[in-house]
Design a protein around this ligand. Structure first.
Ligand code: GLC
Length: 420
Protein backbone atom coordinates (compact mmCIF):
# COMPACT_ATOMS: atom_id res chain seq x y z
CA UNK A 1 0.00 0.00 0.00
CA UNK A 2 1.23 3.48 -0.85
CA UNK A 3 1.72 5.55 2.30
CA UNK A 4 0.08 8.95 2.66
CA UNK A 5 3.59 10.40 2.60
CA UNK A 6 4.35 8.86 -0.82
CA UNK A 7 1.01 9.99 -2.24
CA UNK A 8 1.57 13.56 -0.99
CA UNK A 9 5.11 13.52 -2.30
CA UNK A 10 3.90 12.78 -5.83
CA UNK A 11 1.40 15.66 -5.59
CA UNK A 12 4.00 18.08 -4.27
CA UNK A 13 6.52 17.19 -6.96
CA UNK A 14 3.86 18.07 -9.55
CA UNK A 15 2.88 21.33 -7.85
CA UNK A 16 6.52 22.37 -7.41
CA UNK A 17 7.12 21.78 -11.11
CA UNK A 18 4.15 24.05 -11.91
CA UNK A 19 5.26 26.76 -9.47
CA UNK A 20 8.96 26.63 -10.34
CA UNK A 21 10.39 29.93 -11.59
CA UNK A 22 13.72 29.78 -13.40
CA UNK A 23 15.59 32.31 -15.47
CA UNK A 24 18.23 35.02 -15.54
CA UNK A 25 17.73 38.34 -13.75
CA UNK A 26 19.74 41.02 -15.55
CA UNK A 27 19.22 43.46 -12.64
CA UNK A 28 20.96 41.08 -10.23
CA UNK A 29 23.35 39.61 -12.81
CA UNK A 30 22.38 36.17 -11.61
CA UNK A 31 20.22 33.16 -12.44
CA UNK A 32 17.28 32.31 -10.24
CA UNK A 33 15.51 29.04 -9.50
CA UNK A 34 12.80 29.05 -6.85
CA UNK A 35 9.25 27.92 -6.13
CA UNK A 36 6.74 30.78 -5.96
CA UNK A 37 3.88 30.66 -3.43
CA UNK A 38 1.24 30.36 -6.15
CA UNK A 39 1.68 30.94 -9.88
CA UNK A 40 -1.78 32.53 -10.03
CA UNK A 41 -1.50 35.18 -7.33
CA UNK A 42 2.08 35.24 -6.00
CA UNK A 43 4.65 34.65 -8.79
CA UNK A 44 7.62 36.20 -6.92
CA UNK A 45 9.94 34.88 -4.22
CA UNK A 46 8.57 35.39 -0.72
CA UNK A 47 10.90 35.04 2.24
CA UNK A 48 9.23 32.76 4.73
CA UNK A 49 7.32 30.94 2.00
CA UNK A 50 10.61 29.92 0.37
CA UNK A 51 11.96 28.71 3.71
CA UNK A 52 8.94 26.41 4.00
CA UNK A 53 9.35 25.29 0.38
CA UNK A 54 12.94 24.34 1.19
CA UNK A 55 11.66 22.10 4.00
CA UNK A 56 9.31 20.29 1.61
CA UNK A 57 12.06 20.04 -1.01
CA UNK A 58 14.37 18.21 1.43
CA UNK A 59 12.07 15.21 0.89
CA UNK A 60 12.76 14.90 -2.83
CA UNK A 61 15.36 17.36 -4.16
CA UNK A 62 18.04 18.62 -1.79
CA UNK A 63 19.73 20.68 -4.54
CA UNK A 64 16.55 22.63 -5.11
CA UNK A 65 16.15 23.07 -1.35
CA UNK A 66 19.54 24.76 -1.43
CA UNK A 67 18.76 26.96 -4.41
CA UNK A 68 15.53 28.08 -2.72
CA UNK A 69 17.60 29.46 0.19
CA UNK A 70 20.38 30.75 -2.05
CA UNK A 71 17.76 32.88 -3.82
CA UNK A 72 16.87 34.50 -0.50
CA UNK A 73 20.41 35.50 0.45
CA UNK A 74 21.57 36.38 -3.08
CA UNK A 75 20.55 40.02 -2.63
CA UNK A 76 21.38 40.63 1.02
CA UNK A 77 21.39 44.41 1.54
CA UNK A 78 24.38 46.40 2.76
CA UNK A 79 22.81 46.67 6.25
CA UNK A 80 21.99 42.94 6.38
CA UNK A 81 18.27 43.04 5.52
CA UNK A 82 16.85 40.08 3.61
CA UNK A 83 13.83 41.47 1.78
CA UNK A 84 10.47 39.83 2.33
CA UNK A 85 9.87 39.74 -1.45
CA UNK A 86 12.38 39.47 -4.31
CA UNK A 87 10.74 40.50 -7.57
CA UNK A 88 13.13 38.51 -9.77
CA UNK A 89 10.99 38.72 -12.91
CA UNK A 90 8.91 41.78 -12.14
CA UNK A 91 8.76 42.99 -15.76
CA UNK A 92 6.43 40.11 -16.56
CA UNK A 93 3.87 41.08 -13.95
CA UNK A 94 3.65 44.88 -13.83
CA UNK A 95 -0.14 44.76 -13.91
CA UNK A 96 -0.37 42.42 -10.93
CA UNK A 97 2.09 44.57 -8.99
CA UNK A 98 -0.22 47.56 -9.13
CA UNK A 99 -2.61 45.63 -6.83
CA UNK A 100 0.04 44.92 -4.14
CA UNK A 101 0.69 47.11 -1.10
CA UNK A 102 4.48 46.90 -0.75
CA UNK A 103 7.22 49.19 0.56
CA UNK A 104 10.26 49.01 -1.71
CA UNK A 105 14.00 49.40 -1.24
CA UNK A 106 14.47 49.04 -4.97
CA UNK A 107 12.15 48.02 -7.80
CA UNK A 108 13.20 44.42 -7.22
CA UNK A 109 13.40 44.18 -3.43
CA UNK A 110 10.97 45.06 -0.66
CA UNK A 111 11.87 47.00 2.46
CA UNK A 112 10.18 44.69 4.97
CA UNK A 113 11.01 41.66 7.01
CA UNK A 114 9.03 38.45 7.45
CA UNK A 115 9.33 35.93 10.30
CA UNK A 116 13.05 35.07 10.34
CA UNK A 117 12.79 31.32 9.67
CA UNK A 118 15.89 31.01 7.51
CA UNK A 119 18.57 29.84 9.97
CA UNK A 120 16.36 27.09 11.33
CA UNK A 121 15.61 25.84 7.83
CA UNK A 122 19.24 26.11 6.73
CA UNK A 123 20.16 23.82 9.61
CA UNK A 124 17.46 21.39 8.50
CA UNK A 125 18.74 21.40 4.91
CA UNK A 126 22.32 20.88 6.13
CA UNK A 127 21.26 17.95 8.32
CA UNK A 128 19.06 16.34 5.67
CA UNK A 129 21.89 15.96 3.19
CA UNK A 130 22.87 19.54 2.29
CA UNK A 131 26.18 19.06 4.08
CA UNK A 132 28.67 21.25 5.93
CA UNK A 133 29.77 23.00 2.74
CA UNK A 134 26.29 24.45 2.42
CA UNK A 135 26.44 25.65 6.03
CA UNK A 136 29.75 27.34 5.26
CA UNK A 137 28.21 29.02 2.25
CA UNK A 138 25.16 30.35 4.12
CA UNK A 139 26.53 31.36 7.53
CA UNK A 140 28.07 34.76 6.56
CA UNK A 141 24.81 36.12 5.09
CA UNK A 142 22.80 34.64 7.96
CA UNK A 143 25.02 36.34 10.54
CA UNK A 144 24.61 39.66 8.74
CA UNK A 145 20.85 39.22 8.71
CA UNK A 146 20.40 38.24 12.37
CA UNK A 147 22.82 41.01 13.40
CA UNK A 148 20.70 43.45 11.39
CA UNK A 149 17.57 42.32 13.26
CA UNK A 150 19.34 42.65 16.62
CA UNK A 151 20.79 46.06 15.76
CA UNK A 152 17.80 47.73 14.11
CA UNK A 153 14.70 45.98 15.48
CA UNK A 154 15.37 45.80 19.20
CA UNK A 155 15.94 49.40 20.29
CA UNK A 156 14.87 48.73 23.90
CA UNK A 157 17.42 45.86 24.03
CA UNK A 158 15.07 43.42 25.74
CA UNK A 159 15.82 40.57 23.31
CA UNK A 160 12.45 40.89 21.55
CA UNK A 161 12.48 42.31 18.03
CA UNK A 162 9.64 44.49 16.82
CA UNK A 163 7.70 44.58 13.58
CA UNK A 164 6.76 47.93 12.09
CA UNK A 165 3.85 46.79 9.89
CA UNK A 166 1.30 44.00 10.45
CA UNK A 167 2.39 42.15 7.31
CA UNK A 168 5.95 41.84 8.68
CA UNK A 169 4.54 39.11 10.94
CA UNK A 170 3.25 37.25 7.88
CA UNK A 171 -0.16 37.35 9.61
CA UNK A 172 -1.39 40.39 7.71
CA UNK A 173 -5.01 40.91 8.82
CA UNK A 174 -4.99 39.02 12.12
CA UNK A 175 -7.66 40.37 14.50
CA UNK A 176 -5.02 40.60 17.21
CA UNK A 177 -4.01 43.95 15.70
CA UNK A 178 -7.56 45.39 15.43
CA UNK A 179 -7.77 47.06 18.86
CA UNK A 180 -4.22 48.41 18.79
CA UNK A 181 -4.86 49.92 15.37
CA UNK A 182 -8.15 51.41 16.59
CA UNK A 183 -10.11 49.66 13.86
CA UNK A 184 -13.87 50.00 13.75
CA UNK A 185 -14.46 46.90 11.67
CA UNK A 186 -11.70 44.34 11.25
CA UNK A 187 -13.74 42.54 8.58
CA UNK A 188 -13.57 45.55 6.25
CA UNK A 189 -10.79 45.31 3.63
CA UNK A 190 -10.87 49.08 3.03
CA UNK A 191 -10.01 49.72 6.68
CA UNK A 192 -7.05 47.33 6.45
CA UNK A 193 -5.78 49.19 3.37
CA UNK A 194 -6.14 52.48 5.22
CA UNK A 195 -4.20 51.07 8.19
CA UNK A 196 -1.42 49.81 5.96
CA UNK A 197 -1.11 53.26 4.40
CA UNK A 198 -1.27 55.04 7.74
CA UNK A 199 2.00 53.36 8.75
CA UNK A 200 3.62 53.14 5.32
CA UNK A 201 2.99 56.81 4.49
CA UNK A 202 4.34 57.97 7.84
CA UNK A 203 7.47 55.83 7.33
CA UNK A 204 7.97 57.19 3.83
CA UNK A 205 7.86 60.73 5.21
CA UNK A 206 10.81 59.96 7.52
CA UNK A 207 12.78 58.17 4.80
CA UNK A 208 12.15 54.69 6.25
CA UNK A 209 15.05 55.11 8.69
CA UNK A 210 14.48 52.48 11.43
CA UNK A 211 15.09 54.79 14.43
CA UNK A 212 12.71 57.36 13.02
CA UNK A 213 10.10 54.72 12.22
CA UNK A 214 10.23 53.51 15.82
CA UNK A 215 10.00 57.07 17.17
CA UNK A 216 6.72 57.61 15.27
CA UNK A 217 5.17 54.76 17.29
CA UNK A 218 2.43 54.18 14.68
CA UNK A 219 2.87 50.41 14.60
CA UNK A 220 5.48 48.87 16.87
CA UNK A 221 4.71 45.32 17.95
CA UNK A 222 6.89 42.81 19.74
CA UNK A 223 5.06 39.95 18.12
CA UNK A 224 5.09 36.44 19.54
CA UNK A 225 5.30 34.30 16.39
CA UNK A 226 8.14 36.40 15.00
CA UNK A 227 10.06 36.24 18.27
CA UNK A 228 9.52 32.51 18.82
CA UNK A 229 10.84 31.90 15.32
CA UNK A 230 13.67 34.39 15.95
CA UNK A 231 14.72 32.54 19.12
CA UNK A 232 14.50 29.17 17.38
CA UNK A 233 16.60 30.40 14.48
CA UNK A 234 19.20 32.10 16.69
CA UNK A 235 19.72 28.74 18.39
CA UNK A 236 20.10 27.10 14.98
CA UNK A 237 22.54 29.79 13.84
CA UNK A 238 24.65 29.18 16.95
CA UNK A 239 24.84 25.48 16.07
CA UNK A 240 25.66 26.27 12.42
CA UNK A 241 28.49 28.56 13.57
CA UNK A 242 29.82 25.77 15.74
CA UNK A 243 29.63 23.35 12.82
CA UNK A 244 31.79 25.61 10.66
CA UNK A 245 34.29 26.23 13.45
CA UNK A 246 33.18 29.70 14.58
CA UNK A 247 33.18 29.31 18.37
CA UNK A 248 32.66 33.02 19.05
CA UNK A 249 29.56 33.15 16.83
CA UNK A 250 28.33 29.90 18.36
CA UNK A 251 28.42 31.36 21.88
CA UNK A 252 26.98 34.71 20.86
CA UNK A 253 23.92 33.41 18.97
CA UNK A 254 23.22 30.87 21.68
CA UNK A 255 23.26 33.72 24.21
CA UNK A 256 20.86 35.75 22.09
CA UNK A 257 18.54 32.75 21.64
CA UNK A 258 18.32 32.32 25.41
CA UNK A 259 17.76 36.03 25.94
CA UNK A 260 14.83 36.08 23.50
CA UNK A 261 13.35 32.90 24.97
CA UNK A 262 13.58 34.33 28.49
CA UNK A 263 12.02 37.60 27.37
CA UNK A 264 9.11 35.74 25.76
CA UNK A 265 8.46 33.91 29.03
CA UNK A 266 9.01 36.93 31.30
CA UNK A 267 7.27 39.60 29.25
CA UNK A 268 4.80 37.93 26.87
CA UNK A 269 3.53 34.91 28.79
CA UNK A 270 0.32 35.63 30.69
CA UNK A 271 0.10 33.11 33.53
CA UNK A 272 -3.64 33.67 34.02
CA UNK A 273 -4.53 33.00 30.43
CA UNK A 274 -1.77 30.46 29.77
CA UNK A 275 -0.98 32.20 26.48
CA UNK A 276 1.80 34.33 25.02
CA UNK A 277 0.60 37.82 24.05
CA UNK A 278 2.12 40.44 21.74
CA UNK A 279 3.33 43.70 23.26
CA UNK A 280 2.18 46.78 21.36
CA UNK A 281 3.57 50.27 21.16
CA UNK A 282 6.58 51.74 22.86
CA UNK A 283 4.63 51.24 26.12
CA UNK A 284 4.47 47.47 25.44
CA UNK A 285 0.77 47.00 26.10
CA UNK A 286 -0.17 43.29 26.07
CA UNK A 287 -2.72 42.47 23.36
CA UNK A 288 -5.03 39.93 24.95
CA UNK A 289 -6.44 38.21 21.88
CA UNK A 290 -6.11 34.44 21.55
CA UNK A 291 -4.68 33.62 18.13
CA UNK A 292 -2.46 30.84 16.89
CA UNK A 293 0.64 32.99 17.37
CA UNK A 294 0.07 32.73 21.16
CA UNK A 295 0.92 29.01 20.83
CA UNK A 296 4.02 29.17 18.63
CA UNK A 297 6.60 29.43 21.49
CA UNK A 298 5.81 25.73 22.03
CA UNK A 299 8.49 25.11 19.43
CA UNK A 300 11.18 26.29 21.87
CA UNK A 301 12.85 23.33 23.55
CA UNK A 302 13.87 25.42 26.58
CA UNK A 303 10.31 26.40 27.46
CA UNK A 304 9.53 25.43 31.09
CA UNK A 305 7.30 22.33 31.34
CA UNK A 306 4.63 24.17 33.32
CA UNK A 307 4.30 26.75 30.54
CA UNK A 308 4.11 24.04 27.87
CA UNK A 309 1.23 22.35 29.71
CA UNK A 310 -0.74 25.57 30.06
CA UNK A 311 -0.37 26.47 26.39
CA UNK A 312 -1.06 22.95 25.09
CA UNK A 313 -4.35 22.84 27.01
CA UNK A 314 -5.79 25.44 24.62
CA UNK A 315 -5.26 23.11 21.68
CA UNK A 316 -7.53 20.51 23.26
CA UNK A 317 -10.15 23.02 24.34
CA UNK A 318 -13.28 23.16 22.13
CA UNK A 319 -13.54 26.89 22.91
CA UNK A 320 -9.88 27.31 22.04
CA UNK A 321 -8.38 25.52 19.06
CA UNK A 322 -9.96 22.04 19.07
CA UNK A 323 -11.81 22.46 15.77
CA UNK A 324 -12.52 19.52 13.48
CA UNK A 325 -9.51 20.61 11.43
CA UNK A 326 -7.10 22.23 13.88
CA UNK A 327 -5.35 24.58 14.41
CA UNK A 328 -7.55 27.61 13.56
CA UNK A 329 -5.67 30.89 13.28
CA UNK A 330 -7.98 32.48 15.87
CA UNK A 331 -9.45 30.83 18.99
CA UNK A 332 -13.05 29.72 18.42
CA UNK A 333 -14.29 31.72 21.42
CA UNK A 334 -12.91 35.03 20.15
CA UNK A 335 -15.72 37.30 18.86
CA UNK A 336 -13.64 37.96 15.74
CA UNK A 337 -13.23 34.25 14.87
CA UNK A 338 -14.48 33.41 11.39
CA UNK A 339 -14.29 29.84 10.05
CA UNK A 340 -14.97 31.03 6.51
CA UNK A 341 -13.07 33.40 4.29
CA UNK A 342 -13.80 37.12 4.59
CA UNK A 343 -13.03 38.69 1.21
CA UNK A 344 -9.27 38.47 0.78
CA UNK A 345 -8.57 39.07 4.45
CA UNK A 346 -6.26 36.47 5.89
CA UNK A 347 -5.55 34.98 9.34
CA UNK A 348 -8.98 35.73 10.83
CA UNK A 349 -9.90 32.13 11.71
CA UNK A 350 -9.02 29.61 8.99
CA UNK A 351 -6.37 26.92 9.50
CA UNK A 352 -2.96 27.27 7.85
CA UNK A 353 -0.47 24.47 7.31
CA UNK A 354 2.63 26.46 8.25
CA UNK A 355 1.39 27.33 11.74
CA UNK A 356 0.29 23.70 12.13
CA UNK A 357 3.85 22.72 11.28
CA UNK A 358 5.17 24.84 14.16
CA UNK A 359 2.55 23.67 16.63
CA UNK A 360 2.99 19.97 15.82
CA UNK A 361 6.78 20.17 16.01
CA UNK A 362 6.53 21.98 19.33
CA UNK A 363 4.19 19.36 20.75
CA UNK A 364 6.49 16.53 19.62
CA UNK A 365 9.55 18.22 21.10
CA UNK A 366 7.84 18.37 24.46
CA UNK A 367 6.66 14.76 24.31
CA UNK A 368 2.97 15.57 23.68
CA UNK A 369 2.88 12.95 20.96
CA UNK A 370 -0.86 12.26 20.80
CA UNK A 371 -1.76 15.88 20.38
CA UNK A 372 1.01 16.35 17.81
CA UNK A 373 -0.32 13.34 15.88
CA UNK A 374 -3.78 14.94 15.76
CA UNK A 375 -2.42 18.12 14.21
CA UNK A 376 -0.30 16.15 11.75
CA UNK A 377 -3.19 13.91 10.69
CA UNK A 378 -5.54 16.84 10.28
CA UNK A 379 -3.01 18.75 8.15
CA UNK A 380 -2.57 15.71 5.94
CA UNK A 381 -6.35 15.27 5.69
CA UNK A 382 -6.70 18.87 4.50
CA UNK A 383 -4.36 18.42 1.52
CA UNK A 384 -5.11 14.77 0.82
CA UNK A 385 -7.80 15.60 -1.70
CA UNK A 386 -5.01 17.14 -3.78
CA UNK A 387 -6.10 20.65 -2.95
CA UNK A 388 -3.12 22.64 -1.77
CA UNK A 389 -4.91 25.83 -0.84
CA UNK A 390 -3.67 28.89 1.03
CA UNK A 391 -5.92 28.24 4.07
CA UNK A 392 -8.83 26.05 5.13
CA UNK A 393 -12.11 26.19 6.98
CA UNK A 394 -11.40 24.63 10.41
CA UNK A 395 -14.94 23.21 10.61
CA UNK A 396 -15.51 21.84 7.10
CA UNK A 397 -12.01 21.55 5.63
CA UNK A 398 -13.00 23.65 2.61
CA UNK A 399 -10.00 25.32 0.99
CA UNK A 400 -9.74 29.06 0.30
CA UNK A 401 -7.38 31.64 -1.15
CA UNK A 402 -4.62 30.93 -3.64
CA UNK A 403 -4.79 27.57 -5.44
CA UNK A 404 -1.69 25.37 -5.74
CA UNK A 405 -0.28 27.07 -2.65
CA UNK A 406 3.27 25.90 -2.18
CA UNK A 407 3.79 26.09 1.59
CA UNK A 408 0.82 23.82 2.22
CA UNK A 409 3.31 21.16 1.06
CA UNK A 410 4.61 21.30 4.65
CA UNK A 411 1.93 18.64 5.15
CA UNK A 412 4.50 16.34 3.56
CA UNK A 413 6.96 17.06 6.38
CA UNK A 414 4.16 16.56 8.90
CA UNK A 415 3.24 13.20 7.31
CA UNK A 416 6.88 12.22 7.63
CA UNK A 417 7.10 13.29 11.29
CA UNK A 418 3.91 11.38 12.11
CA UNK A 419 4.92 8.25 10.18
CA UNK A 420 1.81 8.57 7.99
C1 GLC B 1 0.13 36.53 2.37
C2 GLC B 1 0.50 35.94 3.74
C3 GLC B 1 2.00 35.98 3.91
C4 GLC B 1 2.67 35.24 2.76
C5 GLC B 1 2.24 35.81 1.41
C6 GLC B 1 2.73 34.98 0.23
O1 GLC B 1 0.45 37.87 2.32
O2 GLC B 1 -0.16 36.59 4.79
O3 GLC B 1 2.37 35.41 5.14
O4 GLC B 1 4.04 35.26 2.87
O5 GLC B 1 0.83 35.86 1.33
O6 GLC B 1 2.27 33.68 0.32
Amino acid sequence: MVSKFEKLKADVIGMYARNRQQGHAAWAKTDYDFVCPSAVTYPFQWFWDSCFHAVALTHFDIERAKSELRGLVANVHEDGLLSHVTFWQRERYEEMLSTYAIAYRSPYLSDCIQPPVIAEVTEMVVERGGGVAFAREMVPALCRYYDFLDRTRDPDRDGLIAILQADESGLDHSPKYDAYRGMKNGADPAEHDAMWHRAADAYKAVGRVPEKMFALDVFVVEEVLVNAIYAESLGALGRLCKLVGDEVGAAEYKRRAMKTTDALVQKCFDPDAGLFYDLAGLKEAPQRVSTVSCLIPLVLTELPGSVVDRVARHIEDPKGYAAKYPVPSVAISEPTYSAGAIFKLVWRGPTWINTNWYVARGLRRHGLTNLAAKVEASSVALVEKGEYREYYNPETGEGYGAPDFSWSALALDLAHAGGL
